[in-house]
Design a protein around this ligand. Structure first.
Ligand SMILES: *Cc1c(COP(=O)(O)O)cnc(C)c1O
Length: 415
């Protein structure tokens, strides 16, 4: 391939990209040559490995991260009149998962520098929910960019009010979370949250094409997740309510028999996707290592651009598997709009993205709840720009991004 020295432009750097190697391809083609395309041994192998990696007792794979969040609200039995506390800085799906089951969303503010919801912000959202007459049943902290929310503080709040905790860990597979007692546990271990949702969308840390999972230590919830994933169908005789229809006169289970107590969905992960997810999970440690290295490099290279540009603030209680490099940029002070900066970078072959437009500003939610003042979320949004971060990036790509950024902000001559 040609390099910059040849005069041709360097390859386009997207803000994120999957990393597929020959072992991944071999894992998928092996499934295609086998007997199962869906819900066969590859699904089981992936779920077992996810339990090993997270330390959770149960892992239930599913179609995508959105389905994982929906399965979580279904398994908890949330419904109309209930509310879930969701940080305003997240992807649409965290809030939608509450609405799918008819529950309301109590949007919480976030720290303007980290994008994370803390216990004070969650408590304020709970007070607003109480004034609206909603029964808050769950907190749904989002581990933005790969850093965990303050799970010790949020856990205490949840315990005080008898709430479930749904961790949206779609950004955070591979992150290590530190408990106040000093234990260091992988996100999804079940030590902090009741249920943890993951996504294996290609832009996330491991890719399944589309894919998701929920981990939990609660066997009853795990059984509900599995049932809702598969149409609400029950095949386990222990769960049958209609004993007469289920069993023949000799006491044996009728071989065709299945039962549905509550309607579910088809949220299954295929064996094809599971094989890719399994193979990618075996590469997770290397991905995380590389992402950490690149983030450290960004921190070092961005330091001279302060205070106009700062890397995302780091929280002390976790060791993140960075999903995003969400830089903080004072566009107003630089006299440039974010759209101009993004267009300049794109013209130089550098992709960037904005994570996220605060969800409560979406027309659906502002029509439903009216204007809601969440200044931390607005400040976070005003200053955020996600720079390229993915394992196959070279160290020199970081230099290229930082040089282009400082040039477009007028901090140095064009690179
Ligand atoms: C990606 C993402 C989701 C949804 O996951 P999909 O697999 O795309 O459905 C939910 N929450 C957050 C925070 C995400 O980043």
């Amino acid at each position: 391939m040609t390099g910059p020295a040849s005069g041709s432009p360097p390859p386009f750097l997207p803000y994120g990209r999957q990393d597929i190697d020959q072992t991944d391809i071999d894992a998928v083609t092996a499934v295609l040559r086998g007997d199962w395309l869906t819900q066969g041994p590859a699904v089981e192998a992936f779920e077992r490995t996810l339990c090993d990696r997270t330390g959770a007792a149960h892992a239930v794979s599913c179609a995508n991260g959105t389905a994982a969040l929906h399965l979580a609200t279904l398994a908890l039995g949330l419904g109309p009149g209930d509310a879930v506390v969701v940080p305003a800085v997240t992807f649409l799906a965290t809030a939608n998962a509450a609405r799918y089951v008819g529950a309301e969303v109590a949007f919480a503010d976030v720290d303007p520098d980290t994008g994370l919801m803390g216990p004070e912000q969650a408590a304020a959202a709970m007070e607003r929910a109480a004034r609206a007459g909603w029964r808050v049943r769950a907190l749904a902290p989002v581990h933005f960019a790969g850093q965990t929310a303050d799970m010790a503080g949020l856990g205490q709040l949840a315990d005080r009010h008898g709430l479930a905790v749904i961790e949206d860990a779609c950004h955070a597979i591979g992150t290590l979370d530190m408990a106040p007692d000093g234990r260091v546990l992988p996100v999804g271990s079940g030590a902090f949250g009741t249920l943890t949702a993951f996504s294996f969308h290609p832009v996330k840390t491991i890719a399944a094409g589309e894919g998701g999972a929920v981990t939990t230590n609660d066997a009853t919830l795990a059984a509900r997740l599995r049932r809702f994933r598969n149409h609400g169908m029950e095949r386990d005789p222990a769960g049958f309510e209609d004993r007469e229809a289920a069993f023949a006169s000799n006491g044996a289970v009728n071989p065709w028999y299945y039962e549905m107590a509550e309607p579910g969905f088809n949220y299954r992960l295929t064996d094809i996707q599971s094989a890719l997810a399994f193979s990618q999970l075996s590469r997770l440690a290397a991905f995380v290592e590389r992402r950490r290295h690149l983030m450290d490099l960004y921190a070092e290279r961005l330091a001279p651009l302060a205070p106009l540009v700062r890397p995302a603030a780091r929280v002390p209680w976790c060791r993140p598997a960075w999903h995003l490099c969400a830089a903080r940029i004072d566009f107003a002070a630089a006299g440039r709009t974010r759209a101009q900066v993004m267009a300049d970078l794109r013209a130089q072959g550098i992709g960037t993205q904005v994570h996220y437009i605060p969800v409560h500003h979406q027309p659906y939610w502002s029509k439903r709840y009216g204007g809601l003042a969440l200044p931390g979320a607005d400040t976070h949004y005003a200053h955020t720009l996600s720079l390229p971060l993915f394992p196959a990036m070279a160290d020199t790509d970081v230099d290229r991004v930082v040089a282009a950024l400082s040039a477009t902000l007028g901090l140095s001559p064009a690179a």
